[in-house]
Design a protein around this ligand. Structure first.
Ligand code: FEO
Ligand code: CA
Ligand code: CA
Length: 752
């Protein structure tokens, strides 16, 4: 999501790069050959499995191409359909209040805000009178993963017609405190907030697990599934890893610092090699308030430096005013001022914010298990968590970004070496304990020559243990205050790292850097940063008559680990694509030579298809929205080093020039990069999950119509979007965040 101060919301060794030029085409040839071989095999096996299941008369929703069936040795008797990756016709930019997909594809609404998740929950009226959101779909659908279910309801890695979607419900559409579409009259925009409104607003945050299945050719969600589950900001969650039981985690709710309530502002996701769900807590800080005298109340101790670094100055108001709804503890916990007299914080919520900001692991298949906050992966504004390709006998690497302007890119490396047997373990959360609670956390430093380093955030590093700004007590303090530790070691300030994803073809790691309104040739103040090799652009993008400064359109950076693989401490990098308008200057803005069928702004979600290898990316943009709604683009990338070095020259006020070298990947062609989808008005496109065969793609449409003025709540004609009701889904005209499923009319794989 965009924060209010976002730009979007206001209005290798270089010789090695050159030598790799010729190998790029070779690499793509190899990749395409490999993918089409796999398609051929899949086509044959799938037909055979379908025929077999048909003959034993399984119902459509229970029918499955589960591993044991689909991998049976069968000789294909019919030729596989010919398929060409990115064979579809590119979708044009659009301002329509509709989901637009290429000819030959169908997008169907599957699961929207308020939809019941139990048989007993009434249908959603969508008029602001609905309650019981603990048993309904939450709001602002975001990251999402698919967990396959076999015909008999067991965890699977290959079932294509029944599965669980684990979905982040990040936030809600709000204005002046209230989540106005949730309340009949738009809600109360002054303090105190009524408890009945707050209870609804809290419950639409968090996570959902919802079963989806095919009924004939049609996908449906199963409102009565026993797997359906909500996790809200009030659900009990365990603290795991180095911070468990640490003094920083002590609260009135958990005096021994081992538990907290809920997960909040869940943005990107991840899926572990052992088939559990990971969710990143992003803009949680804004939900808490601190009194205007709290620095003094805390004796100006080191917690003040931590709170400021994580965005809570004394006197900061909370986003929704939830702390004002009553004296009950569930409201009081949103006020993180020191109000008690204890020395350790066990009588108030002064440490409550230390319980948010993690990668949280949940077993989507087992709602009896508590989710766990994996503190070893660091505390910051998390997006997705992407695993490097697991290699037996080597540690696992998890890549992550911190989405705020000028924040950092991180990597966690497990202490335990990967054992392939763990992929199918029955106790999945215990496998998480093994790999995600003990290891090393690193932060990235990008060099001007196209190389970079992973710098370990360890209490034994003198730069950290001796850091003047904040005195770290122990390693738990380092992971809880990872931003401060990363500051101490001089990590590279990035243009808002959003999701990352790993290319299954070669293990390279892609990071969406969405935009940065604070990049300046001559920075003023500590909030601005000068362009550098990995964040090289500073330009002006006009939106109507509004001049947007910095890097309004963002870019997609990629990393190739050194020879040590997951444990490497050095890497090579380049920029896969620079976001830009097609009409923008080729020399310094449209550096990737994007065409009208390819141009985009503010990449956010990014995920490689495990079935086709396509790199899908999605936008959460406010810079190009005068021309087009947000979108999803399909790419077939090459590899780090397949492009060239570019030198950007920026004049300074004193008449001298600043020059910045950067490395741009080989320009895409009409066959390797195409716009696939454009969403309805004022939405963000996010979340991407697929069936293992790649024939159903699940995508989220977040906050359509979010720029509606709350004063217009009574007049649907003044809503800026009426999606998805205008697509024939559900009651009422209030816009709703929703999951859609995309299928190809000929039954083929998505993106072909
Ligand atoms: Fe929730 Fe940074 O996107
Ligand atoms: Ca523009
Ligand atoms: Ca995001």
């Amino acid at each position: 999501m965009n924060k209010p101060n976002d730009l979007a919301r206001l209005p290798v060794d270089h010789d090695d790069i050159s030598s790799n030029d010729s190998s790029n085409e070779h690499f793509n040839t190899v990749l395409n050959a490999r993918l089409s071989r796999r398609a051929l095999l899949r086509g044959g096996a799938a037909s055979a499995a379908g025929a077999l299941l048909g003959s034993i008369g399984l119902s459509a929703c229970g029918g499955s191409s589960d591993g044991s069936v689909a991998t049976a040795p069968v000789t294909p008797t019919t030729p596989a359909p010919t398929e060409k990756l990115l064979g579809f016709q590119a979708v044009s930019k659009s301002l329509a209040d509709a989901v637009v997909v290429p000819a030959g594809y169908t997008a169907t609404v599957l699961y929207a805000l308020g939809d019941p998740l139990t048989a007993a929950t009434p249908a959603y009226k969508n008029d602001g009178t609905d309650t019981d959101f603990e048993n309904r779909a939450g709001d602002h659908h975001d990251g999402m993963e698919y967990f396959a279910l076999s015909a008999d309801g067991k965890p699977s890695v290959s079932a294509n017609d029944r599965g669980l979607l684990a979905i982040n419900h990040e936030a809600t559409t709000d204005e002046k405190l209230a989540s106005f579409f949730l309340h009949a009259n738009g809600g109360t925009t002054t303090l105190p907030r009524p408890a009945a409104e707050v209870d609804k607003e809290v419950a639409i945050h968090g996570l959902a697990v919802v079963e989806v299945r095919k009924n004939g050719a049609k996908w449906e969600y199963a409102k009565d599934s026993a797997f359906n589950r909500r996790v809200t900001p009030l659900t009990d969650i365990e603290i795991s890893g180095p911070a468990r039981g640490n003094a920083l985690m002590v609260t009135k709710y958990s005096p021994n610092g081992t538990r907290t309530r809920g997960t909040l502002n869940n943005c990107g996701t991840g899926k572990t090699p052992w088939n559990t769900f990971l969710t990143g807590e992003e803009n949680w800080s804004g939900y808490f308030t601190r009194s205007s005298t709290d620095d003094t109340a805390r004796g100006n101790d080191k917690s003040v430096a931590s709170l400021k670094r994580y965005g809570r100055n004394q006197g900061d108001a909370s986003r929704h005013g939830w702390e004002t709804a009553g004296n009950e503890d569930k409201y009081a916990r949103w006020n993180i001022s020191k109000t008690g007299t204890s020395a350790d914080g066990s009588d108030d919520y002064r440490n409550e914010m230390n319980g948010m900001g993690y990668i949280v692991e949940m077993d989507a298949y087992d709602k009896t298990r508590l989710a766990k906050k994996r503190t070893a992966l660091g505390r910051y504004a998390h997006e997705s968590a992407a695993f490097g390709k697991p290699v037996a006998g080597q540690p696992l690497a998890v890549y992550m970004g911190d989405d705020s302007r000028n924040e950092y890119i991180y990597k966690f490396v497990s202490a335990a070496a990967w054992s392939a047997a763990d992929a199918s373990a029955a106790d999945r959360i215990s496998v998480g304990d093994k790999y995600l609670d003990t290891g090393k956390l690193y932060v990235a430093k990008f060099n001007a020559d196209g190389t970079g380093q992973w710098i370990e955030l360890s209490i034994s590093n003198p730069a950290i243990s001796g850091y003047a700004t904040y005195k770290f007590a122990d390693q738990a303090d380092v992971v809880v205050n990872a931003r401060l530790a990363a500051d101490a070691v001089g990590a590279t300030k990035m243009d808002r790292p959003e999701w990352c994803s790993v290319n299954p073809a070669n293990g390279e790691i892609y990071f969406a850097l969405t935009n940065n309104s604070n990049r300046r040739v001559e920075p003023s103040g500590s909030s601005q940063a000068a362009p550098d090799a990995a964040n090289p652009r500073v330009y002006t993008d006009m939106k109507g008559s509004t001049a947007q400064q910095g890097n309004p359109n963002g870019h997609i950076l990629r990393i190739k680990e050194g020879a040590a693989g997951s444990a490497a401490t050095s890497f090579q990098w380049d920029v896969y694509l620079f976001g830009a308008e097609a009409k923008a200057a080729a020399g310094n803005v449209n550096l990737s030579s994007l065409t009208e069928d390819q141009d985009f702004s503010s990449p956010d979600g990014i995920a490689f298809s495990q079935a086709t290898g396509i790199c899908w990316f999605q936008t959460d943009d406010g810079a190009y929205t005068d021309v087009t709604n947000c979108m999803m683009v399909a790419g077939i990338p090459g590899q780090v080093g397949d492009g060239k070095k570019v030198t950007l020259t920026y004049p300074r006020a004193n008449g001298t020039n600043l020059t910045v070298d950067t490395y741009v990947g080989k320009a895409a062609t009409a066959d390797t990069l195409k716009r696939f989808l454009v969403g309805p008005v004022a939405c963000e496109i996010t979340g991407l999950a697929e069936t293992p065969d790649g024939k159903a793609l699940f995508v989220n449409i977040q906050h359509p119509g979010e720029n509606t003025a709350s004063a217009n709540i009574a007049d649907p004609a003044k809503y800026t979007s009426q999606w998805p009701s205008n697509a024939g889904y559900g009651s009422g005209k209030r816009p709703r965040s929703a999951t859609i499923v995309i299928t190809k009319n000929d039954g083929g794989r998505i993106g072909t």
